[in-house]
Design a protein around this ligand. Sequence first.
Ligand SMILES: [Zn+2]
Length: 67
Amino acid sequence: MQNKEQRTCPICGKTYHDHPALSRTDGRTEICPDCGTRQALEAVGIPAEKQEKILEVIHEKLGEREA
Ligand SMILES: [Zn+2]
């Protein structure tokens, strides 16, 4: 794919190429998929350390898929 724009996440400062997620705080700010996942997990009451664990698992699975 060619039109992969590089974006910078305003929350974690990471650059990413994936489709952005929308911040739940204002519904407009584009954030990286990881922060989107964090906010979604936060919204259902998952504590921060578990959020990171879940993200690790997601990254592992995505890595498998892209490999
Ligand atoms: Zn982020």
